[in-house]
Design a protein around this ligand. Structure first.
Ligand code: ZN
Length: 154
């Protein structure tokens, strides 16, 4: 695991917010501690991501959070050329990957692929997680600290 020296994209992007019902809160607080937590059903042992209240396999409500190694393989990816917000207009292109976690039932997460945005990207390449910490904004009390999980070649 590596701590990013700077953020991959400008810090002017909207802050990822946990849903109001708290379902995703353990995932986000785990990232702050540099832990990747994925849900797992206590009843049938199925891995679940994105967070759910109920197991999609056996319909049990008995889901738990399990720390997994933040490593995976690139399942899919794209090079983004069009900014979704003016805040990143000067930072095109950038890379987004769908990362599969073999150690967690092959659940898939989305994150940025760090490094040269013009580089070749190989499906199936091994990657490791990088916890990118964003501090709270001193001039905006509404902007809390958060951590993103980005990916770099393993
Ligand atoms: Zn289950």
């Amino acid at each position: 695991m590596t701590k990013a020296a700077t953020t991959y994209l400008p810090d002017a992007l909207p802050v990822p917010a946990s849903d109001g019902d708290g379902l995703q809160a353990p995932f986000w607080s785990g990232l702050e501690r540099e832990e990747l937590l994925i849900q797992r059903c206590r009843h049938c042992r199925t891995w679940v991501f994105a967070p759910e209240w109920i197991c999609h396999q056996c319909h049990s409500f008995d889901l738990d959070w399990t720390a997994v190694e933040p490593t995976g393989v690139i399942y899919s990816w794209t090079r983004v050329w069009h900014p979704v917000t003016p805040a990143i207009a000067e930072h095109m292109p950038y890379l987004v990957g769908v990362i599969e976690l073999p150690q967690a039932g092959n659940v898939r997460l989305i994150g940025n692929l760090l490094g040269d945005p013009a580089k070749a990207v190989e499906i199936g390449a091994r990657v490791r997680g990088v916890f990118e910490h964003h501090p709270a904004a001193a001039d905006n009390p509404a902007r809390k600290a958060f951590t993103l999980l980005q990916w770099t070649p393993a």
